[in-house]
Design a protein around this ligand. Structure first.
Ligand code: NAP
Length: 473
């Protein structure tokens, strides 16, 4: 496939092979963008903004509605690309493709609700003769940098609102999974998006990233990815708006009065969805000691039923990790935890990029698999007996995206909701629950600002005040 620069789909001699992590077969190639290509993209995006800022809301919304319709008509095609280039099973990929349709549709709807307000000028002495208002205007060139784990819907979360707001965009998708993003851009153009409105640059973030991030023509960076890349981007960005969706090590508390069946089912799925490569995937399960043994037995039994392997088979529950290197990293973290005293209750094995769903207990606080985001199919169980202590433990790490609690007590739920330090608390769901239109984001190292269509639109527009001085009033 090709990248999109100045309205043209272009190739380069230097290419990246996109492979299926299950069998390492080559699916396609994409060009390696050079620094010259970055310059072309930046200059074209500035021209693109001159067009997009003049597009009516109606026209922007129509492009997005049509895009949603196109994807909806080719759901299987999109799902197959997601499943083949990434880690998701075909069933997980179908869900992502359907979510993407909704994400784009809601972006279209929200474009019609970019509102301003009149300003009560006479609320301060001296303002009595002024009248006016503010409205929101598009921010300019948005640089969207996306990760591999939701290669379509997380791209839609950036392109949808950027276009809805009237911005132009430069998209840099993850190098391992660029194909879904390219297909989304194709659909946008087919739906009538002016070609200069979007530049799609494929290539290595570590090589071309700084030239994009540091450039002053970019007015906003919308980044989703790991903390290390996030810190680097923040250092390089200079004076421009930055939005970041970063990692986490999501805690879930299972209180003694929880519905155990529900908690087990939700948390197994939340731990192993997309082979655990999920920013809101369950990593730490803090289970009340009164129900710990029963929960553990049921959790391990349910995990043991997981069928892993070929992503394209309808009955596969979990596919491979994104690369063998990543699976080896997780294997190493498990070995380190074992050496420090952890017990593996099930799993722990690896074949190529396929990592078994793994459940650990007695994980010491100093183990990497406790302190860092694992981003793989492993979960740690910890017994708890005091809610304050459990909340303190949940809050003890430098992340805070989503947290969750299973309980039938409204008091316990409320206490957790208010005291868990994060961007959202799920009650009687695992952390792996996200509605695409809710404000989504984290505190601490989990990110800056919020995504979720209406909220992204706020971030991707700026208020401009208009004030009339009416001396004769
Ligand atoms: P990553 O390695 O940080 O890469 C993310 C994106 O950043 C890729 O497009 C990558 O390009 C690019 N990049 C890397 N270094 C860069 C640089 N110096 N300048 C500019 N761009 C750069 O993350 P990943 O492994 O793809 O994704 C996993 C991470 O994303 C996890 O930490 C996960 O928690 C996080 N995530 C967060 C959310 C959320 O909403 N909070 C959602 C999904 C994932 P290359 O691919 O070319 O390296």
């Amino acid at each position: 496939m090709k990248m999109l620069l100045e309205g043209n789909w272009v190739e380069r001699d230097n290419k990246i092979e996109v492979t299926d992590p299950f069998d390492n077969s080559v699916i396609d190639t994409v060009p390696v963008a050079s620094k010259d290509d970055v310059e072309t993209a930046l200059a074209a995006a500035v021209k693109g903004f001159e067009i997009t800022k003049r597009m009516s809301v109606y026209d922007r919304a129509e492009v997005l509605y049509k895009t949603a319709e196109i994807i909806s008509g080719r759901l299987d095609e999109f799902a197959t690309v997601i499943a083949r280039e990434g880690s998701k099973t075909i069933n997980e990929a179908r869900k992502e493709a359907s979510r993407c349709v909704n994400t784009i549709k809601v972006a279209a709807e929200e474009s019609k609700r970019i509102l301003g307000e009149t300003i009560p000028w006479d609320s301060f002495p001296g303002g009595e003769k002024r009248r006016g208002y503010y409205y929101r205007f598009p921010i300019g060139v948005v640089l969207a940098i996306t990760p591999f784990n939701d290669p379509l819907n997380l791209v839609a979360h950036k392109l949808g609102p950027a276009i809805a707001a009237g911005n132009s965009v430069i998209l840099k998708p993850a190098t391992v999974t660029p194909l879904s993003a390219i297909k989304l851009v194709e659909a946008l153009l087919e739906a009538g998006l002016p070609p200069l409105a979007i530049q799609l640059v494929t290539g290595y973030g570590a090589v071309i990233g700084d030239a994009l991030v540091a450039d002053e023509r970019v007015r906003m960076i919308s980044f989703t990815g790991g903390v290390e890349a996030g810190k680097h981007i923040a250092r390089m960005a200079g004076i421009k708006k930055i939005r970041m969706e970063l990692g986490s090590d999501s805690p879930v508390i299972v209180w003694k009065d929880a519905d155990l069946e529900l908690a087990v089912e939700s948390c197994v799925s939340g731990s192993f969805w997309a082979a655990g490569q999920n920013c809101i995937g369950v990593q730490r399960l803090l289970v009340h000691k009164d129900i710990y043994d029963e929960f553990k037995t049921k959790f391990v039994a349910r995990t043991n039923k997981y069928k892993i392997g070929d992503k394209m088979k309808e009955d596969t529950d979990m596919g491979p990790m994104i690369t063998e290197i990543e699976a080896k990293r997780v294997e190493k973290w498990i070995a380190e935890a074992k050496k420090k005293g952890a017990a593996v209750l099930t799993g722990g094995g690896r074949q190529g990029a396929l990592m078994e769903p793994t459940v650990l207990e007695n994980v010491p606080k100093g183990a990497t698999i406790h302190c860092d985001e694992v981003f793989g199919p492993t979960v740690n169980l910890y017994p708890i007996d005091d809610l304050d202590e459990a909340i303190k433990d949940a809050n003890s790490l430098p992340y805070g995206l989503l947290a969750a609690i299973f309980t039938s007590s409204i008091d316990v739920a409320f206490k957790a909701a208010y005291e868990l330090d994060c961007g959202g608390v799920m009650i009687n769901d695992s952390t792996d629950y996200r509605l695409d239109s809710m404000p989504f984001g984290g505190v601490k190292y989990s990110g800056l600002g919020r995504e979720g269509l209406k909220f992204s639109l706020q971030e991707m527009t700026e208020p401009k005040v208009v004030c009339f001085n009416l001396p004769d009033m």
